[in-house]
Every structure is written in C-alpha cells, then in structure tokens.
Write a protein that binds this ligand. Structure first.
Ligand SMILES: [Ca+2]
Ligand SMILES: [Ca+2]
Length: 478
C-alpha cells in the first residue's frame, strides 16, 4: 500500500466518524486505535502513515451457518454460505450507463421510470415516486410529531471530555500530520476540526484563528510541533464559541423528525415502506426492520455539508443495529446503511440541490477534496463545483447504494463516491425524507438480528428489541 493510500484511509475515518455522530471521545478512541494498529510507522519521517484496520473480506470467513441444515459442499469461492442464509442473495439493480431509463411497476395503475444518474455511486432518480398528496401528508405527520434541531450547538461538555483523555500533544500532532513532514498543513488542521457536533471550519476561519490566537508566530501558514504545543486541544473550538457560532456555521443546519413505519403506523408510512421494498427489491423483512423514516426540513439558509451516510467496513467494524446479537464491543461502529432512498417532499424555490461532489470521478482521493483554499465538501461554498447536482422536485425519489456488492450477493466495501450533501436553500423551505436500509456486511449477524427481532415482534423477546432501542445510537426517538 502506498503512503498516499494509507493517508487517505485515516483521514477518511475522521470524516466518516464525524458524520455518523459518534461522540468526541469515541472519535479520539478511534484515532488512537488506528494509530496504534499502525505500529511504529508514524514516527518515521519518510515512512508510510499508520495502516488502517484490516479491510474485511466482508463477513468474516469464520462465520458459521445458523440454520444447521443442508450443508453446502465446501467451496472456497462461496465462503459465506449465502445460499444457506434464509435471507438469500441481495438483489442489486443494474445502472447500465448514465442516462439509461428503465420502467418500474410499483403501482397497479401507474408506470414509473427510473433513470440512472451515475454509476459511481450507483444512483437512480424516480420522478413522481410519491404523489403530491402523499408528500403533503408526510410533511403534516412530521409537523404533528414535532421537529428537532438536527445538530445541537457545540457545548463545553464535549470539549471537556477530550481534555480528560490521556493523549499527549505529540501523539495528536502525529495523528494529524498525514504526510509526516513535521508540519501541519491547512488541510490537516481542517480534519482535526471536524469532530462530532462541532463547527464547520473553513480555511478562512483557520487563518482568522491563527491570527487571533497568535498560533503561527512565524507566519508561514503551517503549524510546527512547537507551535502546536502552545495551543490547548480545544483552542480552535473554544475560540469560535467565544466569538459566537451561527447555525449556518454548523455541519448541518436543519430540523428533523423520525416517523415509525412498522405495523400500526399511519397508512401512508406503510405504503411508503412497501413501495420502497418494490423499488429496491431487497428482502422485505430487512427493509421492515430498518431505520424509521427521517423527515428533514431545511429553512432558507439551511444546508448539510457533504458526508457519507455510512462508514467504511473493516474486519473489526460492527453495525449499530446488530450490536445486540454480535456481543462484540468495537471502537469501529457505523450505521451500515446499505441503501439510501431520499424523497423530495416539495419543489424548492431556490437552491437546496443534492450535490454529489465526486460522482463518476475517475478516482476518489480524500486529499483532493480538501485543497488548501477549497473544500469540495463545503456545500455552502462549492456546490457549483460538484460533479452532479439534483434539483429538488416534489415527489421524486433518489436512490443509491452506499456500499458495493461483495460479488457474492451481499454487502461489500463502502462506495466512497456516495459522498453527498445538501446545498444551501436560497429561497423558501426544503422538505425531504430519508429511508435507510440497514444491512450488516456480516451475513450471519444480519440473520441473527432478523431472528431476534421477529421474536420481539411475536412478543417472545424483551423490549430491548424495540426499533427505537435498536437504532438509539443513531439518535432515533420515536
Ligand atoms: Ca504535514
Ligand atoms: Ca508556523
């Protein structure tokens, strides 16, 4: 592995963990984890940065079948025994090529057409997936439920937590100095500043902070270890809080509500679930036990900087939703959102496009995303530089895969090209809803999860198996 690749993996981790809203302590734990599993390489100036945790050949080969019936003939090409899984192989729609249109039969009296918007990620658009009445009803239900701020304002408490951790300045410096040149470049500093529910920091604000804190006395725009040591760990965030943080300076500026979609839910929400099952062709029991519907409202000026909906998969990674069956505690947790289905509930008067900065790029390079003067993930500034932008039109559904296939009919590696964000709404409000379909890359863990949750549904298992408990780490409150 080249130094550049391992560099990307590490910064990638930071970004991913930021956006799955893991608390700051977890992020630091993760940093240390990545750091120490990388052995001593980080100390040498010319050597590669720390290695990432082992990429999983998804679903560990040690997994055993839980069905106990019909043992398949041992075959090295089918290590995961998908054929034995009651969930079967996952269907994955074909994109064919950008612009390709295919007919869908989702409703008895209406034909839908689905257009391929990009191959990386595999992304589709389905106009009129929802009717105007259905969109209005979903917005109405969200209002009845009550919308909460999607991101809380940064607080002192989060920042105290980091102070209590026993990490030396040198260690943090080494973690951040990706290219190991003994200086922190702007892009390296920017990565530091994107922990948890913090403030989104631009290169301009970093310059302002350097000046305000006299952090860069030699004025070369770089932080040396000596200069870094003079700063408190939270100096940047503290400085910003003291100068006042606007909502527009957060990673996301929106409100949301979660709507339960299981048995007994409002008919429109059940209808939507069934339509999503038809659209994605994924096993109904998996879709039924995925996260509830998230409804999001962006007011004028609202945005969401580009992010991944779900993180990378390493051998050590566990999913929030299958934690109860895996009995493994891991520093690496993610939401395992195999698929995102995004619904536009209104036509936005101005702005509010969904941007895919690197869709169908030839390569994905994390460092390319954060240039010294331009951050392509910044949807307040650089949406017009995104490779693909989708205008919000009422009733349209966007649908994409956050993970590749493993080639054997199950979930494979993360598709980094699925990076996306919400551009600033310049006029009116923007209402969207998200359905995520959560699938554990370890097929046996997903099978165990399905078995456990069906027991709960039948009243045979304790309340910890309620949907709101399973997805509590994703901040779902029903
Ligand atoms: Ca550096
Ligand atoms: Ca300097």
């Amino acid at each position: 592995m080249s130094p550049k690749e391992s560099v990307c993996s590490r910064s990638y981790f930071l970004v991913v963990m930021v956006f799955v809203h893991v608390y700051i302590v977890n992020v630091i734990a993760l940093l240390l984890y990545v750091y120490y599993t990388g052995e001593g390489d980080t100390g040498t100036a010319a050597g590669p940065a720390s290695a990432p945790p082992h990429r999983a050949t998804p679903a560990a080969a040690t997994a055993t079948t839980t069905t106990g019936t019909a043992p398949a003939p041992p075959s090295p090409s089918l290590p995961k025994h998908h054929n034995l899984s009651p969930l079967g192989r996952l269907q994955r729609l074909e994109g064919i090529k950008v612009g390709h249109v295919q007919r869908l039969d989702l409703l008895p009296n209406k034909v839908h057409y689905m257009k391929t918007l990009s191959m990386k990620p595999l992304l589709f658009e389905v106009p009129s997936f929802l009717s105007e009445e259905e969109c209005k009803l979903i917005i109405h239900l969200a209002k009845l439920k009550g919308l909460q701020e999607s991101q809380i304002m940064p607080s002192d408490l989060q920042h105290e937590a980091i102070d209590e951790m026993d990490i030396s300045k040198e260690e943090i410096f080494n973690l951040l100095d990706y290219n190991q040149d003994g200086q922190l470049q702007m892009k390296e500093v920017l990565t530091l500043l994107r922990f948890g529910d913090s403030t989104w920091i631009t290169p301009e604000t970093v310059q302002e902070i350097y000046t305000g804190l006299k952090a860069d006395p030699d004025g070369n725009g770089l932080l040396s270890l000596e200069e870094f040591k003079q700063l408190n760990t939270n100096a940047f965030q503290t400085y910003l809080r003291q100068h006042g943080v606007e909502k527009s300076e957060l990673v996301r500026n929106s409100k949301n509500a979660w709507l339960y979609q299981g048995e007994g839910a409002h008919q429109i929400l059940r209808t939507l679930r069934h339509r999503v099952i038809k659209l994605t062709r994924l096993p109904p029991e998996i879709v039924e036990h995925s996260e509830p519907l998230q409804v999001v409202k962006y007011e004028q000026g609202g945005h969401y900087h580009a992010h991944h909906d779900s993180g990378p998969i390493y051998a050590e990674t566990s999913c929030f939703h299958t934690k109860l069956v895996s009995n493994v505690s891991s520093a690496l947790e993610t939401s395992c959102r195999y698929v995102t289905v995004l619904f536009y509930l209104n036509t936005v008067s101005g702005g509010g496009e969904t941007a895919f900065p690197v869709a169908d790029n030839r390569t994905y390079d994390e460092l390319f995303l954060i240039q010294n003067d331009t951050d392509l993930r910044d949807t307040r500034k650089n949406c017009d530089r995104a490779n693909l932008r989708v205008k919000p039109v009422q009733g349209t559904a966007l649908f994409w895969y956050n993970y590749l296939s493993d080639g054997e009919g199950w979930v494979g590696e993360q598709d980094e090209y699925s990076l996306h964000g919400g551009c600033v709404v310049t006029q009116g409000n923007k209402w969207i809803a998200n359905n995520w379909i959560n699938i554990d890359p370890d097929v046996q863990r997903q099978v165990k999860f399905q078995q456990a949750i069906s027991k709960y549904t039948n009243g045979e298992a304790p309340a910890k198996w309620a949907i709101d408990n399973i997805y509590q780490d994703l901040h779902v409150e029903l």
